[in-house]
Structure formats: C-alpha cells, structure tokens
Design a protein around this ligand. Structure first.
Ligand code: HEM
Length: 155
C-alpha cells in the first residue's frame, strides 16, 4: 500500500515493459533491484561527466528508479501509484541526454547487474528492452521544456 495515493492498475502503456513476475524474481526481487540501483548509482558517482547530468541530491532519483524497475520487471506497480504514468521520455526533459550519456547509462546498468549476480539470460532479456529505451531518452539539442518536474503525478 502506498500512503496518500489510491492503488492504480498496472499501466499497460509502460514503454517496453517486461512485466513478468518470474523476471522480477530472477533479479532477486525488491532486494535485488535495490542492490542493482545502488551499484548503478555508484558507477554514476564515480564518473564526473555522467554525474554532472544528475541533481546534487541523488537519493530521490535512486528511490524512483528502484520503484520504477520493480514495476517494470513485474513487481508491484508502486511507482505508478505514486507518480502516475511513467512518461519516461517526458520526465527526462529537464536533463540533457546525448548518445554518449545513453551509452554510459547502459554500460553502468549492465555492469551493476553483472556485479549483483543477475543471471546472464535474464540480463539479455532485460537489455533487449533497455537498449532501445535508453536511446529513446536522448534529447540533446532538442527544443523542449527543460524546467524541473519534481514529483509530478502524470496521467
Ligand atoms: C539514457 C540515459 C539516461 C540518463 C542520462 C538518465 C538520467 C536521469 C536523471 C538525471 C534523472 C533525474 C534523477 C533525479 O531527479 O534525481 C533520471 C530519472 C529517472 N530515470 Fe533516467 N536516465 C537515463 C535513462 C533511463 C532509462 C533507460 C530508464 C528506465 C529504464 C530511466 C529511468 C528513470 C526513472 C524512473 C527516473 C525517475 C523519474 C521520475 O519519476 O522523476 N532512465 N534519469
């Protein structure tokens, strides 16, 4: 249960969702997802160029990525109960993302999953979807609204 928000049904429109409870289990469930995201953020922090894309405080983003992954991998849809439709491309508008940043994001996520012991075939299934999704987030040079969105609930 999520305080302050009614439960919402899982969003059918989550882009490229791999909603499959067994996949969520294969990454180690909620604990596995938490470990992967912590490890991923460790790589981001160690790379000054990638780090510069993120806000000073990394904790809110970490929390949201954990909730999003949990939902996207077939766990509970708590992310959408709190924030609504993921609208990931829109939510990334405040951050300038180029092809190189997308490549680094994917490399660090791959390294995090490997370090956290996600089985190779589960990683392969996940990256079939994550690859296009990360490149879909590229927005450098686009004339789009860059104002911060915070914790906005989106329909
Ligand atoms: C392509 C390279 C990417 C970069 C450089 C990037 C960077 C960022 C940044 C800077 C934030 C804001 C963090 C904060 O507010 O503290 C963010 C948020 C987020 N990112 Fe990414 N991201 C990328 C790709 C992805 C992908 C592929 C996914 C999903 C599979 C994803 C999922 C999320 C989620 C769920 C949030 C929180 C959105 C919200 O509710 O505000 N990102 N990302």
């Amino acid at each position: 249960m999520v305080p302050g928000r009614p439960s919402v049904p899982p969003p059918a429109a989550t882009i490229g969702a791999v909603a499959d409870a067994s996949l969520f289990e294969r990454v180690g469930g909620r604990e596995g997802v938490d470990r992967i995201v912590e490890t991923f953020y460790g790589f981001v922090e160690a790379d000054a160029v990638q780090r510069a894309i993120y806000p000073d405080d990394l904790e809110p983003g970490k929390r949201k990525l954990k909730l999003f992954f949990e939902q996207w991998l077939g766990g509970e849809p708590v992310y959408s109960a709190l924030y609504g439709h993921p609208r990931l491309r829109r939510r990334h508008f405040p951050f300038v993302i180029d092809d190189l940043a997308a490549g680094r994001w994917l490399r660090y996520m791959q390294a995090a999953m490997s370090e956290c012991g996600v089985p190779r075939e589960a990683t392969a299934v996940i990256f079939e979807r994550l690859g296009p999704l990360a490149h879909h987030m590229v927005n450098a040079g686009e004339d789009i609204p860059r104002e911060p969105l915070g914790d906005r609930f989106m329909e």
